[in-house]
Design a protein around this ligand. Structure first.
Ligand SMILES: [Zn+2]
Length: 128
């Protein structure tokens, strides 16, 4: 998995948990993705009371879309404790809906473990 070690390191660098006040934290998780064009985009999670907030993958995908790209070659999320995390169900759908070809996105699941979005999301909400 050496090809994607830089993505893991980028995500790890961003995952520096911070408590902003009694109802909001950020960066418990960092994410990095690389597009089919070879550009890397990153993001952090935000957690706030009242279920406000989003996963790190969401902000990385937002950054990518801001730059007019949608096709993800590989993506990773890393916790502030340095653990590689699998994307939650909502993120799996978001990756798919961003570009249907992202079914082929490589999802980094561990130091020596990679899966594809198709394996993690065999049926999307539209049952396609
Ligand atoms: Zn998520």
């Amino acid at each position: 998995m050496t090809k994607y070690n830089n993505l893991v390191e980028e995500a790890k660098k961003l995952a520096k948990a911070k408590k902003h006040n009694d109802c909001m934290t950020s960066a418990y998780v960092g994410s990095a993705l690389i597009t089919d064009k070879g550009n890397v985009y990153t993001g952090i999670s935000i957690d706030a009371d009242c279920a406000i907030g989003f996963c790190a993958e969401h902000s990385a995908i937002s950054e990518m879309i801001k730059n007019k790209e949608t096709k993800i070659e590989a993506i990773v999320a890393v916790s502030h404790q340095g653990k590689i995390l699998a994307p939650c169900g909502r993120c799996r759908e978001l990756i798919y809906q961003t570009n249907y070809n992202n079914k082929n996105t490589k999802v980094i699941m561990g130091p020596q473990k990679t899966s594809t979005l198709a394996k993690l999301l065999p049926y999307n909400w539209q049952n396609k």
